[in-house]
Design a protein around this ligand. Structure first.
Ligand code: ZN
Length: 229
């Protein structure tokens, strides 16, 4: 089931109160259009009725796509620092919904799912693109680490993040985006060979890869935000 509730967004430009449908739960199996909307950025987005300023309600929802084996709890990006508690709570929720504490039928439906939590729209979108391109999300995070150490002066700051934004069989498109506004500051095309090298090199990356083992927040930002674990 996909659940909607009306929510109010105050325009930062003219203070007009706008109404947006807030989604508490998205079932992409039944509503593939909502998956499309997450991918194209129109999900929970609108324009101010008075001045036309682009507005978007941050995510706070459960995203489920059983066919693609995805179960993702998406939270507001400014809640990133609370990730340790969020990850623990999500682990419990997943266990009761599809994991080892769920009824047998639900467990069967959940077989093969690696539950995830994300903070912000770009992070949720990234997980969908990652799956679409047949990438392993842990290897993607390792690739980002490799990229960050080789690029001159990457715009790494609290307000920006490196995200997968697209790609094909030849290359992966990464972008430094401003978390709050989704503005893309700099794009980077990485040959897919480099990803394949990272994904296939189990020895060189073993230590870092292990840090993501069994985790729900498969995101480099877990190493820099909140009470780091
Ligand atoms: Zn406005």
């Amino acid at each position: 089931m996909s659940i909607f509730h009306p929510a109010t967004l105050i325009c930062p430009n003219c203070s007009t109160a706008n109404t947006v449908e807030r989604n508490a739960s998205v079932n992409a199996d039944r509503r593939p259009d909502l998956r499309d909307a997450v991918l194209d950025g129109s999900f929970q987005a609108t324009e101010c009725t008075k001045c036309g300023t682009a507005l978007r309600l941050p995510p706070h929802l459960t995203y489920m796509d059983l066919q693609r084996k995805q179960w993702i709890l998406a939270h507001e990006p400014d809640h990133l620092d609370e990730w340790p508690q969020t990850e623990a709570a999500a682990r419990d929720t997943y266990a009761r919904s599809f994991g080892d504490q769920a009824p047998e039928m639900a467990r069967r439906l959940g077989a093969g799912i690696h539950p995830r939590i994300v903070f912000g729209w770009m992070a949720l979108r990234e997980k969908l693109i990652c799956d679409e391109l047949g990438l392993d999300d842990t290897s993607l995070e390792l690739l980002k680490m490799a990229v960050m150490t080789t690029v001159d002066k990457p715009p790494i700051a609290d307000q920006t993040e490196l995200r997968l934004v697209g790609g094909n069989e030849e290359a992966l498109e990464l972008s430094w985006v401003v978390t709050a506004t989704e503005e893309r500051l700099a794009d980077l095309s990485v040959p897919r060979d480099i990803y394949d090298g990272v994904a296939g090199d189990t020895e060189a990356w073993e230590d870092v890869r292990e840090k993501f083992d069994g985790k729900l927040l498969v995101d480099l930002r877990r190493f820099v935000a909140g009470s780091v674990a």
